[in-house]
Ligand binder design. Structure first.
Ligand code: FNR
Length: 353
């Protein structure tokens, strides 16, 4: 059963590794270069310690948050990841079903192997992740397609002016999807599937252009520098996602938890700040929220759940994180995410109180 497959996300990952083809495991697990940043994301959480409060009479916990004006059942969302059909034949449809059951948001990758309409039919709240394409007309068509499917926000990935160099993929010769699978959201009007292009010319004017073509909230994914956070505020975006793409783009980039406090300070409460990368435990979620994140996203753990048990496997991963966060809140003396503050975290350069 799924419970046997995992008491925690590391167990689920180990079971996924047994089931996946090595090239596919490495595509999901790997990162750029020497994978320093992949490791740093998880390691950053191990350097923070919770300083719990006691005798707070917190009673039942309430994990709900409000994001972009809408309620979400917990501060854990599904990050956009490519190629879900490599993990399970149902692909992104299964992931969407699990996210819907868990009452949380799934961010659909532009590199999804199911069409956004099909994913939306699974129910639940979707945001759409966009790699702005050099072809503006095509980019606009993708945005209209996401809107028509009912996506509630655009998550614009800005950390990928070029592709990261992933040595595991090079060793396997893994360059493309196997026959029969395609990036379904890259289909042209004639049904031809376009290749996703990274745009090294991407600048702030493209964010302004996107702002002009859609009324959906726009979040920027991949911001690590406080100066960019201030520019994002100035450009009228609706949220930031502190991310280094799970260490898959710039190896050597700062761990996201280490970047978070600087971004939170730069934004000064004007926008929600989300964070992803290396979140594997309820205490990780607690620490990120205490340091100012409104919510976290999980990438690889969702893929492990999908590989192990399709929608039920993803549900298992989300349920584990929910239960773990609930317990961590209770043990730290907090009833809800809003009760968390930086005084509850000690670690490098951080002193409780
Ligand atoms: C990703 N990520 C990603 N991001 C994005 O904006 N568009 C995408 O298509 C993908 N694809 C993708 C595939 C795979 C296999 C992985 C592991 C990641 C990055 C993702 O959204 C997120 O930033 C990280 O995965 C978060 O780190 P963790 O939770 O995987 O440690």
């Amino acid at each position: 059963t799924l419970d046997e497959a995992g008491l925690n996300l590391a167990d689920v990952a180990a079971e996924a590794r047994r089931r996946l083809e090595p090239a596919h495991w490495d595509f999901f697990a790997g990162g750029a270069g020497g994978e320093r940043t992949v490791r740093a994301n998880e390691a950053a959480y191990t350097r923070r310690w919770v300083v719990p409060r006691v005798l707070r009479g917190t009673g039942e916990r309430d994990l709900r948050i409000c994001l972009l004006g809408e309620p979400v059942s917990m501060p854990v969302l599904v990050a956009p990841t490519a190629f879900h059909r490599l993990a399970h034949p149902d692909g992104e449809v299964a992931t969407a079903r699990a996210a819907a059951e868990a009452g949380t948001v799934m961010v659909v990758s532009m590199a999804a192997t199911r069409g956004v309409e099909e994913i939306a039919a699974a129910g639940g709240r979707l945001w759409f992740q966009l790699y702005p394409q050099p072809d503006l007309e095509f980019t606009a068509a993708v945005v209209r397609r996401a809107e028509a499917a009912g996506c509630r926000a655009l998550v614009v990935t800005v950390d990928s002016p070029v592709f990261g160099r992933r040595e595991r993929d090079l060793r396997h010769g893994f360059v493309d999807l196997p026959p029969g699978l395609a990036c379904e959201n890259m289909r042209d009007t004639d049904g031809r599937v376009r290749t996703i292009e990274m745009d090294a010319g991407l600048g702030w004017e493209r964010i302004a252009w996107l702002r002009g073509i859609t009324s959906l909230p726009i979040l920027l994914k991949g911001v690590l520098h406080p100066a960019d956070a201030r520019l994002a505020v100035a450009h009228g975006v609706d949220g930031l996602l502190v991310s280094n793409h799970g260490g898959r783009q710039l190896d050597g980039a700062l761990a996201t938890l280490d970047a978070l406090p600087g971004i939170v300070a730069a934004v000064g409460g004007r926008l929600p700040v989300l964070v992803d990368g290396g979140v594997r435990r309820g205490t990780d979620v607690l620490v990120a929220l205490a340091l100012g994140a409104t919510a976290v996203l999980v990438g690889r753990p969702v893929l492990w759940g999908l590989a192990v048990g399709g929608a039920a496997g993803v549900r298992h991963v989300l349920d584990l994180l929910r239960a773990d966060l609930d317990r961590a809140l209770a043990l730290a003396g907090a009833a809800r995410p809003a009760d968390l503050g930086p005084d509850l975290v000690a670690g490098p350069d951080l002193v409780a109180g």
